[in-house]
Design a protein around this ligand. Structure first.
Ligand code: TRP
Ligand code: ZN
Length: 468
């Protein structure tokens, strides 16, 4: 409260009312404790309003994790480097479950408060707008999986011999505190310690591997390019790993559960060839590493495009799905949705990449894939750009109808301009975020004309379009 201002006001008879108002304001402030300028507790995503946090932008996560598959216990330290976008008296991280030990900001202890999935840290001194600050949080506990609105499971998933962590759309908060909205991308370094005899795999390049006297194995994974937290992954188990090179210089590291390794080896070997083909279609591969993880069935119900190293349950490991997840490295991982409402930009393109692959290698023209999809009795009730609720995010309108939008675009602008868009879109938003509006205005600029008719029917129109 500002005393000199209050006193000055009190001397003036005419401003007595103002004084009262000031005093009342001061009292409210003191009682509720909302002094200062805390960062927002959420970023108001249309489906997950509390996901992510306002007031800062994470630059880098350094996660140091030790896992014991017998007990399921995870011991973690998260070191988060961020830049303040405003003065911050307090700020939030998203974290589900687990127990927080110590927290500090720039080496000084910070006060910790938890409510739901919001972890609030109050540093001793207010962080100044524009400042870069380092937050360290230690935590431990048995991470719990999340069951999403559509019934699928994500987060930290236990397996017989380890765990697989996947985070689309919200599960990464089950294994590390962070700004878990896709709009805040950051570089990562993940250090994993697991019992003797097990392998641990994560995103990016493995830069170190050491065995402690007690037999535990520590590996360090560097993923320096911007990554949305939902694309962070960890796989721990008796994996067989293999290495290769793609695109002349990109290291490829694959890991397969021993029960499925023999059957997946031939397809894993195709990764360099597929990336080569996709690079010619979509432009330069956006990352410094590549690979895949194939798990035993029974843990994960779907494949996921985790950055540089997508994960597949064995029964979802076929060429079409591999092509789909590798295409996501451009569409989704490098160009990331601004909000979860823009997910069709990931899934429409990844599905269209399947159609392109079938056109080139399976002699099935994309127009045939389009016609087959159009004839299907899928859910036509909502359009790609506006899923009604979180439980609809992964429904066919986002995938198949998303790809149909792209095919209609191709028919409208012709193969040449469409080819330009397939390369130009990931180039323009490389390592950034983009919305549906960014897409339509980019496309109209390249095409040199207004395409409202197309968007109205295929992208935004409810119900099945009258004609294919
Ligand atoms: N986005 C993943 C892919 O297309 C699949 C996926 C993730 C999914 N979560 C899901 C599919 C939930 C259905 C339900 O590669
Ligand atoms: Zn996909």
């Amino acid at each position: 409260m500002n005393h000199s201002r209050t006193r000055a006001a009190a001397t003036a008879l005419a401003t007595a009312l103002t004084t009262l108002a000031l005093l009342a304001g001061g009292c409210t402030t003191a009682l509720s404790g909302v002094r200062g300028t805390p960062g927002a507790a959420g970023l108001r995503d249309p489906y997950f309003p509390k996901l992510g946090n306002g007031g800062y932008d994470v630059r880098h996560y350094a996660l140091t994790l030790a896992y014991d598959p017998r007990t399921g216990k995870l011991d973690g330290t998260a070191e988060i480097t961020a830049r303040a976008g405003q003065d911050l008296s307090a700020f939030n991280l998203d974290l589900a479950g687990l127990t927080v030990g110590r927290a500090s900001v720039d080496g000084e202890p910070a006060a910790v408060n938890r409510a739901g999935n919001e972890l609030t840290l109050r540093p001793r001194e207010e962080i100044r707008e524009g400042a870069e600050f380092r937050t360290t949080v230690t935590y431990e506990g048995v991470p719990e999986a999340v069951t999403d609105a559509d019934g699928t499971r994500e987060g930290w998933l236990r397996t017989d011999d380890g765990a697989v962590a996947v985070g689309q759309p919200v599960g990464s908060m089950t294994w590390f505190p962070g700004n878990h909205h896709p709009s805040d991308k950051a570089g990562y370094e993940i250090t994993l310690t697991v019992p003797a005899g097990l392998e641990a795999v994560s995103n990016g390049v493995r830069t170190a591997r050491r065995t402690a006297p007690d037999g535990r194995v520590t590996t360090v994974w560097k993923a320096p390019e911007p990554m949305a937290s939902y694309l962070a992954t960890v796989a721990i188990g008796r994996y067989r790993t293999d290495t290769a090179t793609a695109l002349g210089s990109v290291p490829v590291l694959t890991a397969a559960d021993p029960a499925v390794a023999a059957n997946s080896a031939a397809l894993l070997d195709e990764i360099p060839k597929i990336l080569d083909r996709q690079t010619r279609r979509f432009g330069p591969y956006p990352f410094t590493a590549a690979g895949a993880v194939v798990t035993e069935d029974g843990t994960l119900g779907y494949a996921l495009e985790t950055q540089t190293r997508p994960v597949f349950p064995a029964s979802s490991f076929d060429r079409t799905i591999l092509v789909h997840e590798l295409a996501h490295q451009w569409f989704g991982n490098s160009v990331t949705p601004a909000t979860w409402r823009d997910l069709w930009l990931n899934e429409g393109f990844a599905t269209y990449a399947e159609w392109l692959y079938a056109e080139e290698f399976g002699h099935v023209p994309a127009r045939t894939s389009f016609a087959r999809a159009f004839a299907k009795d899928i859910n036509w009730t909502f359009p790609p750009a506006d899923p009604p609720a979180a439980e609809n995010l992964f429904d066919p309108p986002v995938y198949q109808r998303g790809a149909m939008v792209l095919h209609k675009l191709r028919e409208t602008v012709g193969d040449e301009v469409f080819g330009e868009i397939l390369r130009g879109w990931p180039a323009k938003y490389r390592h950034a975020n983009a919305s549906t509006a960014d897409f339509t205005s980019y496309v109209e600029a390249v095409a040199g004309r207004d395409l409202d008719g197309l968007w109205d029917v295929w992208l935004y129109g409810d119900g099945k379009p009258d004609r294919p």
